[in-house]
Write a protein that binds this ligand. Sequence first.
Ligand code: FES
Length: 574
Amino acid sequence: MTNPNDNTPSDKPPARGMRRNLATYGDPGFSLFLRKAFIKAAGYSDDALDRPIVGITNTFSDFNPCHGNVPRLIEAVKRGVMLAGGLPMEFPTISIHESFSNPTSMFLRNLMAIDTEEMIRAQPVDAVVLIGGCDKTVPAQLMGAVSADVPAIQLITGPMLVGHHKGEILGACTDCRRLWGQHRAGQIDEQEVEVLSGRLAPTQGTCMVMGTASTMGCLVEAMGIALAGSGTIPATHADRIRAAEASGREAVKLALHGPKPSELLTPAAFRNALTVLQAIGGSTNGLVHLSAIARRAGMSIDLAEFDTIGRSVPVLIDLKPSGDHYMEHFHWAGGVPKLMKELGDHLDRSARTIDGRTIGEIADEAEEVPNQVIIRTAKNPVKPTGGMAVLRGNLAPGGSVIKHAAASDQLLTHTGRAVVFDSVEDMVRRMDDPDLDVKADDVLVLRNAGPRGAPGMPEAGYLPIPKKLAQAGVKDMVRISDARMSGTAFGTIVLHITPESAVGGPLGLVRSGDTIRLDVPNREISLLVDDAELERRKSEWQPPAHLAEEARGYRHLYLTTVLQADEGCDFDFC
Ligand code: FES
């Protein structure tokens, strides 16, 4: 693979440090002279400017408490870089927080990937430390770094500590959803909801259940692009700062000797990531993000292979939403290295990691914690098979996914009557209508909530239980959509139906009253309507109105180039 980032003729050694990626004035000597003149305005010496340069992405934002510790992490990374003889240079990229991203954080992930890639390309960095944590930031950074193909190391901001309320341990955001459900059912009043909003996310850092952020923290270790043990350290602990310093030190070695992402992120690395994704009962979003990262590396994630891995790899981590505990407990039980030890030959132990060790060597050196109950053995798993399954059928010819580890066992094989919502807005308008014709054994269907349909594939796949059913004690129903779902959510929920309805997928042909069959053991999701009737409905189908409207700027770029979930929802030109 050639690196378009290097502007040096191929018969010469690649330019390093300040000589790298010069601005174009038609005279490289002048470009370097001018660059030095400007950077010296910041007080740098010639000695400093001759060192290997390690870029550090600054993703701090007042709107992103999941990245609230980034300033301290940057300080520690800089210390590590300087202790190893390099020059640290911090630079900003955009920062995305789940709750401060309209219309959705997924709409912006590719923008952050492009920002990260182009800033790495544009500036003279020999290696880069990517500091991210909140759900979309880590995948965006990896997508950008893979495309730029400059040596990169991921540093996770780390999970929050747990919260407490009335003697109960709470975590964002599994308990946010559970408690909001209780509020909708009339069991928790407004006053208590206000109190809870101050207790569910009690520290800086990322959601501390096995949501998307925690999932990505584990996957970067499994792929070998973060230091072993660094993905799970709580955001507020001193070890998190030490991991930052160590990442800075490691980045100087990377600047001098590599490997580049193209050398590290091999098919074995992605297969190990898929295996760990199944074993942690990880977020369904992790699958979309891995697909996008792999695509940037010139590979594709085979959904059938992912499903096959899930049939033999058990869920070994007892964390919410599939289990009972939280990320800090997982960390102190031995973290990802211990998990990888328990996974044994399910992993490719020969895969290399960022510090030169293999996955097998890291697993063998995992800490043994007596009597810990979070990381189970294969003989005593949380679930005998993996966390997710890939479903196909006439409703999802391109595939769909269900996190069956976090579903109700009795609903995994279910046939029911469809209750269809045409859009997120339609769902909001009608779901709690007392006159809505819905029963507990119906199948709730949401469409036009995919990558183009919403747009931005919102985490609307966790359709709320209709209020009248919630008040009657119904806790779970089969719900299907072309949307995503937060990794922190629980329920029998089929997601990422591909192709999405907004581009003509069969989900757009379902009518309320149709019969839908879900059969997870046989990996099937089907609409029990005959083909002739479906053809008739197809001839009447219309795309959602917003796809026919003029769009400008980033929205235009997004709507015209975003791919489907099975290809990671990246832009087609990336
Ligand atoms: Fe940032 Fe959950 S909102 S990780």
